[in-house]
Design a protein around this ligand. Sequence first.
Ligand code: IMP
Ligand code: MG
Length: 179
Amino acid sequence: MALRQLISAESIQARVTEIGAQIDRDYPDGVLYLICILKGSCYFHADLSRAIKRDVFLDFMGISSYGKGKTSSGEVKITKDLDISLEGTHVLIVEDIVDTGVTLDYLTRVLEERKPKSVRIAALLDKPDRRIKQVKVAYSGFQIPDEFVVGYGLDYAEKYRNLPDVCVLEPDEDDSVTG
Ligand code: IMP
Ligand code: MG
């Protein structure tokens, strides 16, 4: 497998700073929870929260929608729930990537049932070509083509999360199967 840089660490930081400033402008007073969707959005959540100047509260949720490979299992499961109640709070779901939209469609509905004041989505990456469920992404970092990417939290079978850049993972030419 070969890695091809798609978005540099510097571009990511610049965009995250812009999104943080936008969130500061948009949100009224009141409690704002940034919900990290583990594990893919751990760096985006850490960087975005520090790009926001208003008070925010952090929590973490574990979701599994993908198997170990590159294709979705189509099934969404909560593997770790929040520690707090969301009643009366503003909720911003912080996700690494919107692909088919199945995960965020499910998650938004689950969190809305908990009676927050608002629920919005911030996603670092967006692959619009792959959408199955229409979800409204209030804060989107970068639109990318339909390619499998890793780095800055995103993995392939748990590998490559700690790469500072977002890279396309492509098979080597000599990986092609013959016969
Ligand atoms: P969706 O439910 O199809 O929108 O899938 C969302 C989840 O799939 C993301 O949170 C990622 O964990 C994973 N995913 C989708 N595309 C990629 C990719 O290109 N690289 C790594 N993970 C991805
Ligand atoms: Mg994810």
